[in-house]
Write a protein that binds this ligand. Structure first.
Ligand code: ANZ
Ligand code: ZN
Length: 868
């Protein structure tokens, strides 16, 4: 064993050993309990960032711990390899996205390996390779034939600069997230997954997931957005509209029906078009509305605007005439594209009515009273007893819901209805670097799915896109084909799939990554799934997790996987944050400086008072801690840290600095501290081993001091086991090991028994640290005389008998205030404890001149002396 801790050599040796032994390659083993530990796979953007390192370290610690607990652990890794950044990089550097992507993968894979992750690399999955996406295409064709995928025109956010459809979350303040161009609405044909058919199940089976954070489940529930309400039909006022008919609306507040003072329709609604036929200014308003973003967040925050129409409808219960307005806050693709407006109890309607002087009629008694004066108060939306509602007066929400439903049913003008916010999932992208949609358009046969024998539809890999629309649409070699059904010349679909599709089933493919008879080998999938622990960022709380859950159900319904849910437990890691530094430029903008280029000025108490830029020595402003990002230039390159300190230090720092679900603040001092601790462990072990390995420990003859050391060892094991196993609290588990190290360093090493005890302690330290710092543990385990490798060692077991205390420390209080401690034999009686407390010097001091009234003894804990 080398005298000094040399991470570079140690880590290379351990990694070589694991590689040669294929330590992490797993197969299905009957009878051995499995554990599938999965971290969200990375997009191969170029190099690892600190968020990746944290994510994969957390996953690795869990995987290694479970392995030590005797589980057959599957921990795979792969690449979410399609996506826009590759195209953007391609345009910038004039290289094909494929080349850029594969090079990044190679580099990042080496980085991941240098972290010493216990990954079964034989299962590596790369989503841009045909052997992966062919099965995605296969499933697509199956679902298309079943009607689970369909084609229709969709209104989409169109980015006129990037020439592409944007998802709602890619629209920021009405502009494309990448181009910054004002987004337009467009109607284009797209393919949709009928995820709405699964809305109820996606909602219900969240209840089967006790191992998920409540917060994530709530986000999913809100996204699915089930609401129970009423469909209400307003008969047309024929004189104004010119034809018979009804205007359908959906409301969650049928109790407010008697307070409806107007109705509003979306710009795309047929009634709006009808009214606009004779009114060019209304048509202009409609066009303006249509141009905006379809993102709901934008709709909710934008200024409310509307136009009156000459059209009227009749109130379904009173027959009163209500005006029809066109309003920009009504969404065409939600409910029925129209609302009954109740300005007294709905904030948007209130705002709108106030602006356009429409009547406001309170019909619910809320805690704000019987009126709704401006400005709007949230209390107006409360449920309460009905007022001004004729025969419904006095009813509460539930009573009114039922009575109004009965009244509507009697007239044939409405009934209760449940609806979802969730929309079908449009997956067509006018992009090159994605999985081709396996459909052929034939003039006579229509949309024909590519037959299984002709799959995969291979994406040509040598193209450099130029940013003007989809390159595939300009590539006859790609799109010219024959109809698989009639053989006539036909055109291949040139859109590719949303990259969320690839990441929706990779977890299943890992169970049989080389299977070429189907999407997954059902036996292997059955063996490994569900994933026992999934780890990733909270930014994937909604879409990725919802789509993956959906795909699991689709695959279940194809007989490919069993069970209802793919991820049993979910851990959402916190962000990695770091200090930011900037200077204000003359034009008011900020230039940001990387923490690595900044020197800190501290006061006598080591508190940071200011900062200077190293290159010019002049001051920079301290901007506060923020998530590491390019925009704030506060990212710390993990590679530099690994190169300087080694992977174990990096892993230890990350796990010690905060619990995995909390944000982690980057700190050079913290990294230094982690490195120092590992050197201490090494030094103690090295000094111990250098004197030769001691003989066996004999428990019978231990003295009190030795028993205390042994107790510290087993207490550390016990608490670390709880911290790691039950709560993923690696930080406190590490703290236990640190406490143990303090004891071991101070313990006597005079006798052979002392040394045997230290040996037991070092073994515990080595194994408790093994999931976190596997390389140093690998080395120490050998040095401590073990033939087998640490990777095959079991998690240490607690010897409960070592925890039995011969003496206990009791707290002594006088009048409830802590005044001292007394050591008592564990077997001491109440009387003995009381007697000892009475003569304690602090007790004597604090009770001087007072009369003792009462002594309260809580055995094993405290003595309280009441005196006055
Ligand atoms: C009358 C009313 C009175 C409403 C009141 C609310 C409060 P959730 O829960 O999200 O389903 N709404 C219906 N369709 C709409 C559309 N296409 N665009 C914009 N808003 C629409 O919300 C349903 C409520 O959202 C409905 O209930 C309707 O307003 C509105 F005191 O109807 B309510
Ligand atoms: Zn045909």
């Amino acid at each position: 064993m080398h005298e000094n801790y040399q991470p570079r050599e140690i880590e290379a040796a351990a990694q070589r050993f694991w590689d040669e032994q294929k330590s992490f390659e797993v197969t299905e083993q009957a009878g051995k309990p499995t554990y599938y530990c999965l971290s969200m796979f990375p997009y191969p953007s170029g190099k690892l960032h600190m968020g990746h390192v944290r994510n994969y370290t957390i996953g690795d610690v869990i995987a290694r711990y479970q392995r030590m607990r005797g589980r057959n652990v599957l921990q795979p890794m792969g690449w979410d390899a399609f996506g826009m950044p590759a195209e953007n990089a391609a345009m910038k550097n004039n290289v094909a996205p494929a080349k850029w992507t594969y090079e990044n993968i190679e580099y990042m894979k080496a980085q991941l390996k240098s972290l010493g992750l216990a990954i079964d690399w034989s299962r590596e999955v790369t989503t841009c390779k045909p052997d992966y996406y062919r099965w995605e295409q296969w499933l697509f064709t199956r679902l298309f034939e079943k009607g689970v995928i369909y084609r229709k025109n969709g209104t989409v956010n169109w980015d006129p600069v990037d020439q592409t459809v944007l998802a709602n979350e890619q629209v920021i303040d009405g502009r494309g997230w990448r181009s910054g161009a004002l987004v337009e609405k467009r109607e284009i044909p797209m393919y949709y997954f009928r995820i709405t058919d699964y809305a109820e199940e996606l909602l219900q089976s969240l209840d089967e997931l006790p191992g998920w954070p409540e917060q994530v489940k709530t986000m999913q529930r809100n996204w699915i957005g089930k609401s129970r309400g009423m469909e209400v039909r307003f008969p047309y006022d024929q004189a104004s509209i010119g034809s018979p008919g009804v205007l359908k609306v959906f409301t969650t507040r049928p109790d407010t029906l008697m307070g409806a003072t107007y109705v509003a329709v979306a710009a795309e609604h047929p009634l709006a078009a009808l009214a606009a036929q004779r009114d060019p200014s209304l048509q202009a308003f409609i066009d303006e509305c249509k141009a905006g973003s379809v993102a709901e967040a934008d709709v909710a925050t934008q200024e409310k605007k509307g136009r009156a129409t000459p059209l009227w409808v009749e109130h379904p219960l009173t027959g009163e005439k209500l005006p029809v307005w066109v309003a920009n806050y009504v969404l065409m693709h939600y409910g029925d594209g129209a609302v009954m407006a109740v300005p007294a109890h709905d904030e948007r309607d209130f705002e709108f009515a106030s602006q356009y002087d429409l009547p406001i009629k309170a019909v619910v008694r809320t805690s704000a009273g019987d009126h709704t004066p401006a400005p709007w108060q949230p209390a107006y939306a409360e449920h309460g007893q009905l007022i001004n509602s004729g025969r419904f007066d006095g009813l509460d929400f539930e009573g009114a819901f039922d009575a109004i439903e009965a009244a509507l049913i009697e007239k044939g003008l409405g009934q209760s209805r449940t609806q979802f916010r969730l929309r079908d999932w449009g997956i067509s992208r006018q992009r090159y670097w994605g999985c081709p949609i396996p459909i052929v358009h034939c003039d006579s046969c229509g949309d024909v799915p590519v037959p299984e024998q002709q799959l995969p539809v291979v994406l040509p890999e040598n193209i450099v896109p130029d940013g003007a629309g989809s390159p595939l649409a300009r590539l006859p070699e790609f799109y010219e084909c024959q109809c698989p059904r009639c053989g006539a010349p036909a055109k291949r679909e040139t859109d590719t799939m949303d990259t969320f599709v690839e990441s929706s089933w990779y977890f299943a493919r890992y169970t049989s990554p080389h299977y070429d008879q189907g999407m997954v080998d059902p036996a292997a999938a059955d063996h490994w799934l569900p994933v026992n622990q999934y780890i990733g960022g909270i930014e994937h709380a909604i879409l990725h997790l919802l789509y993956a859950r959906f795909f699991h159900k689709l695959m279940r319904d194809e007989g490919l996987v069993s069970g209802n849910e793919p991820f049993q437990n979910l851990l959402t890691q916190g962000m990695v944050v770091a200090e930011t530094y900037y200077r204000l430029e003359a034009n008011g903008s900020k230039s940001w400086f990387n923490p690595a280029d900044v020197d800190l000025v501290r006061d006598a108490k080591a508190k940071v008072v200011s900062a200077t830029l190293r290159s010019d020595g002049k001051p920079v402003e301290i901007g506060g801690t923020e998530k590491m990002s390019k925009s704030k230039n506060n990212g710390v390159d993990p590679q530099a840290m690994i190169d300087q300190y080694g992977a174990d230090t990096c892993r230890l720092f990350m796990m010690f600095a905060s619990p995995p679900d909390m944000s982690l603040e980057w700190s050079d001092a913290g990294v230094e501290g982690a490195s120092r601790f590992l050197r201490r462990v090494w030094r103690l072990a090295q000094a111990h081993v250098a004197q030769g390995l001691p003989g066996a420990l004999s428990l019978a003859g231990l003295g009190d001091a030795q028993k205390a050391v042994r107790r510290a060892i087993h207490l550390a094991i016990k608490q670390a086991t709880q911290d790691v196993g039950q709560h993923h609290k690696f930080n406190t588990a590490i703290a236990q090991v640190m406490t143990l190290m303090n004891v071991l360093e101070k313990a006597s090493q005079a006798s052979e028994q002392d040394r045997a005890l230290l040996h037991e302690g070092l073994e515990a330290v080595t194994l408790l640290l093994a999931p976190i710092t596997p390389h140093i543990s690998h080395q120490l385990w050998q040095a401590l005389g073990h033939g087998g490798a640490a990777i095959d060692a079991a998690w240490p077991a607690v010897d409960e008998s070592a925890l039995v205390q011969n003496t206990l420390t009791l707290v002594v209080q006088v009048n409830g205030k802590l005044r001292g401690h007394i050591e008592m034999p564990a077997s001491a009686s109440r009387d003995e404890i009381e007697a000892a407390a009475r003569v304690n010097e602090n007790v004597l001091r604090f009770t001087e001149g007072l009369t003792l009234r009462k002594v309260i003894v809580v055995p094993g804990k405290l003595v309280n002396i009441v005196a006055n």
